[in-house]
Write a protein that binds this ligand. Structure first.
Ligand code: IMP
Ligand code: MG
Length: 167
């Protein structure tokens, strides 16, 4: 395993993202964490966010139509509470083609949040297929498959405190 981002780099960046998110949302803030990959990012972000913050979780899966994923999202686990009138930030691990996030944003926007923004720890812009809006990006990376800090390969490696590239 090669280290792409150390635990210290991640912690520092997550704290800066928390400050930025708080500045944009001075009042009540509701975080929607996309399971499973974003759970560690959410936990660190939440502890770095001062003030009133609530959380909820969605689990999603992308339908595959034939050999290519359409990115069409199926909710495996829906939210526990509604979003109407709330200031919502989606918390995701990585934006790759952008298809998953694009669909999720549409589903959540239809529920009438006052504001809806998105925070991703990682972004691979060279892979983008749809122009999805992500207001907060932790790190922009090359087209490499990464694991650790919540991200998995076949459900393994989520517990690594750093982001690694498999060699
Ligand atoms: P997208 O619809 O192509 O943007 O898919 C994003 C999803 O694919 C993320 O939420 C991850 O679950 C997964 N993914 C994409 N790239 C990686 C990676 O490098 N490591 C682990 N999971 C990834
Ligand atoms: Mg994911």
């Amino acid at each position: 395993m090669l280290t792409l981002l150390t635990s210290e780099q991640i912690q520092q960046r997550v704290r800066a993202m928390a400050d930025e998110i708080r500045r944009d949302h001075p009042g009540d803030l509701h975080l929607v964490c996309v399971l499973k990959g974003a759970f560690i990012f959410l936990a660190d972000l939440l502890r770095a966010l001062p003030g009133s913050t609530t959380i909820d979780f969605v689990a999603i899966s992308s339908y595959g139509h034939g050999t290519r994923s359409s990115g069409e999202v199926r909710l495996l686990k829906d939210l526990d509470t509604g979003l109407e009138g709330r200031h919502v930030v989606i918390i995701e691990d990585i934006v790759d083609t952008g298809l998953t996030l694009h669909y999720l944003q549409e589903i959540l926007r239809a529920r009438g949040p006052r504001t809806l923004r998105t925070a991703c720890l990682l972004s691979k812009p060279s892979r983008r297929q749809v122009d999805v809006r992500v207001e907060y990006i932790g790190f922009t990376i090359e087209d490499r498959f990464v694991v650790g800090y919540g991200l998995d390969y076949g459900e393994q490696y989520r517990s690594l405190p750093y982001i690694g590239v498999m060699d």
